[in-house]
Design a protein around this ligand. Structure first.
Ligand SMILES: [Zn+2]
Length: 364
């Protein structure tokens, strides 16, 4: 992987490359934007370019510094497993041995840890200690704090101390989906780069570069991944389609287009699958409701679920704006409730009953 096959957010890539060549890269960078658009990938490329033995401000891809730095890809199976295994550890064990991923002594990644996927105070302390050392093999040390918006206040305050006086030879790259969740003092000490979702054409280019993804799935993936290559790679097509079928049945039953019994058949199957998560079901529903809104507005942009446009057009004919608005609001309430471990089948059926009532009476 080099800068040339990094797809999307080209102006950020160009600006950062110019800064590396001119040796004017700011010491603390904040990469902000949606999940899966390549923030951590670009951080890894920057780390390789800074320490490459052969190229100036670029990645030769063959020297030992490049090779080892580029290995630190958290989407690789070994790291995914390592992070998943840690979820099962008692929290005291995790605290004793804070999570840091490193395949090169001068490139350290601090990803969120534990079942709640948080950046912990122990990681922040470890980072602070590690920040005192000089580079051992490269020109600079690069620390990536991935999802810094998942640091609690205690961890964030500890990180702040490192950000206030970073060692001369240290570059810090922070990533965040929502930079406004950060302490203002952290935001103000970093130079922000905003990352956008990839366009449809960019997504097609990305999928073309991944021959392991069957050609038949690509059209649907472009819609479903919503401009996020990371999401496209992680998405299980069959699972996603099954979930969507159930949520489409829920909408159809909620609008009185199909019977309640039809929905129960689907939610029964979901309830039996213990791995199915309510947040993924509500996310699927949000996507379908968003498409219904676009259809009602007569918007020309492609739907997220273009492959079932016919079904959605049928529902959009009977769904009023008021009803869609109400459905989105009730879904948000359900999202808030799900932290309390509610039973997913009961929750979804109750949502449907409420929305059926609203559709019949035409109230909002
Ligand atoms: Zn190199």
């Amino acid at each position: 992987m080099t800068f040339d096959n990094f797809i999307g957010n080209a102006s950020n890539v160009a600006a950062l490359r110019r800064m590396i060549v001119a040796q004017r890269l700011p010491q603390t960078l904040l990469f902000a934007g949606p999940a899966g658009v390549g923030k951590a990938t670009l951080a890894r490329l920057i780390a390789a370019a800074i320490n490459c033995d052969r190229a100036v401000g670029d990645i030769c891809g063959a020297c030992s510094n490049c090779l080892r730095t580029l290995q630190a890809d958290l989407s690789r199976e070994e790291f995914r497993q390592q992070i998943a295994e840690r979820e099962k550890l008692p929290s005291a064990k995790r605290s004793e041995n804070p999570l840091v991923v490193s395949t090169h002594p001068d490139f350290l990644i601090f990803p969120p840890d534990g079942p709640l996927r948080m950046i912990t105070i122990e990681q922040a302390r470890l980072l602070r200690d590690a920040a005192q050392y000089r580079p051992s093999e490269g020109r600079r040390r690069i620390f990536l704090i991935d999802h810094v918006d998942r640091a609690n206040n205690e961890a964030a305050n500890s990180l702040l101390k490192t950000l206030e006086e970073p060692a001369d030879s240290l570059t810090l790259i922070l990533t965040a989906e929502n930079p406004y969740f950060l302490l203002p003092t952290i935001r103000s000490r970093s130079i922000p780069f905003y990352f956008a979702p990839l366009s449809g054409t960019e997504m097609e280019r990305f999928l073309d570069a991944h021959p392991s993804i069957p050609a038949a799935d690509r059209g649907r993936l472009v819609g479903w991944a919503q401009g996020s290559p990371g999401r496209a790679l992680a998405l299980d097509i069959d699972e996603y389609a099954e979930r969507r079928r159930a949520m489409l049945a829920l909408l159809s039953s909620s609008l009185g287009v199909s019977s309640f019994g039809n929905l129960v058949a689907h939610t029964d199957a979901l309830a039996r699958n213990r791995h199915e998560r309510l947040d993924l079901l509500t996310e699927s529903l949000y996507g379908l409701l968003q498409d219904l809104l676009h259809l009602r507005h007569g918007s020309a942009r492609p739907l997220m679920h273009e492959d079932i446009r016919g079904d959605l057009e049928g529902l959009a004919r009977v769904a009023s704006f008021d009803w869609i608005e109400r459905a989105v609001k009730e879904l948000a309430d359900l999202d808030a409730l799900q932290r309390r471990n509610i039973q997913k089948q009961i929750a979804l059926e109750a949502l449907t009953v409420g929305l059926r009532q609203a559709a019949r009476t035409g109230t909002s």
